[in-house]
Design a protein around this ligand. Structure first.
Ligand code: XBP
Ligand code: MG
Length: 275
C-alpha cells in the first residue's frame, strides 16, 4: 500500500484568491505607471488567465491585441521590465493585506506538518510572490515549512505543461504516487495530472465554470469545521461523504481509495479577447 508522503500546492487561486484583486490590479497599475492606456477588466483578465505566467500573458496580449508593438525590438526585455514593475505592485498589495489565505488552507498546512507530511509549492508565479504571500499570511518562518518552492521560470514550459510538478517531485525525491496536489484551475489541473498527480481542485470565481476530468475531486473550498465545503464534482469511486471540511484523515481516506490516474493532455490553443 503506497503511503501518502507529501502535499503539493498551487498558489494563485488555491492558497489565496490572488488573481482578480491582486495580479490583475498589479498589472493595471504597472500599465498606468508605464504610460500605457491598457486596462485589463475582470472579464478580459479571466480570459487572459488561460495563459499561465505573467510574462507569457503579457506577450500573448501584445501579440494578439497590440500587433504594432509585437514587432518592437527588444520586446522581451520590455516585457521583463514591465513584469518586474507589476510584481512590485503585487507585493505592495500583498503587504497591505489584500489577499488572505482561502478557508482551510492555514489549518490544513499546519495539520499536514503535525502529521509528518512534507509540503511543496508548484506555481507559475514568481518565488518572490510566494514568499511574500506566505510571510504575510503565516509569518516569515512559514516559508521554511515547504521542502520545495517550485516557482515561475525554474521551468521553461509553464502550466498546463507538467514541468513545474515534475520538477517539484524531483526536488522532493518522491514519485507522484506518493503525493496529492491541490489546484484551482483547469490549466493547473492538467499540469498536475500530466505529472501523474491525483489532484483536489478548489475552484474560485474565475474557475468555477471550468471543466475538470471525471477523476477530479472538485470542491468550492477546503472548508473549516464551522463552514463546510460543497462537493461540486467527484469520481464514482468517492461515493458519498459525510465530511464537511478537508483534513488529513479525509485526505488519507481519499488517497487510499483513489485509482491510479492516466496523465491528462491539454487541448492546446490560446484564448482570443482584446476587450
Ligand atoms: C497563476 C499564474 C501566474 C499569476 C501571475 O499561477 O498563471 O502567472 O497569474 O503571477 P499559479 P506572475 O500556477 O500559482 O496558479 O505574474 O508572477 O506569473
Ligand atoms: Mg492557480
Amino acid at each position: 500500500m503506497t503511503e501518502l508522503k507529501a502535499l503539493l500546492f498551487d498558489v494563485d487561486g488555491t492558497l489565496a484568491d490572488t488573481e482578480r484583486d491582486g495580479h490583475r490590479v498589479a498589472f493595471n497599475r504597472a500599465f498606468a505607471a508605464a504610460g500605457l492606456d491598457w486596462h485589463w477588466d475582470v472579464e478580459t483578465y479571466g480570459q487572459l488567465l488561460k495563459v499561465a505566467g505573467g510574462k507569457e500573458r503579457l506577450r500573448h496580449f501584445i501579440d494578439t491585441c497590440k500587433p504594432a508593438m509585437a514587432e518592437q525590438a527588444k520586446l522581451d526585455h520590455y516585457i521583463t521590465t514591465l513584469h518586474a514593475a507589476k510584481t512590485r505592485h503585487f507585493i505592495t498589495l500583498l503587504q497591505a493585506g489584500a489577499m488572505p489565505l482561502r478557508p482551510g488552507v492555514a489549518r490544513l498546512l499546519k495539520a499536514a506538518r503535525a502529521a509528518g507530511l512534507r509540503l511543496a509549492i508548484a506555481t507559475t508565479s514568481t518565488a518572490r510572490n510566494v514568499e511574500a504571500l506566505l510571510a504575510m499570511t503565516l509569518g516569515e518562518q512559514s516559508v521554511g515549512w515547504f521542502d520545495v518552492i517550485a516557482a515561475g521560470d525554474v521551468v521553461a514550459a509553464k502550466k498546463p505543461a507538467p514541468d513545474i510538478y515534475i520538477y517539484a517531485l524531483q526536488q522532493l525525491g518522491l514519485s507522484a504516487r506518493e503525493c496529492l496536489a491541490f489546484e484551482d484551475s483547469d490549466v493547473g489541473f492538467l499540469a498536475a495530472g500530466g505529472a501523474g498527480l491525483k489532484t483536489i481542485v478548489t475552484v474560485n470565481a474565475y474557475t468555477r465554470r471550468q471543466h475538470f476530468a471525471d477523476n477530479a475531486i472538485v470542491l468550492d473550498q477546503l472548508g473549516e469545521p464551522d463552514a463546510g465545503f460543497s462537493l461540486l464534482s467527484a469520481p464514482a469511486w468517492l461515493g458519498s461523504t459525510d465530511a464537511s471540511y478537508v483534513d488529513i484523515t479525509l485526505l488519507k481516506r481519499w488517497f487510499t481509495a483513489w485509482p491510479d490516474i492516466t496523465p491528462a493532455v491539454h487541448p492546446g490553443g490560446n484564448p482570443q479577447h482584446c476587450g
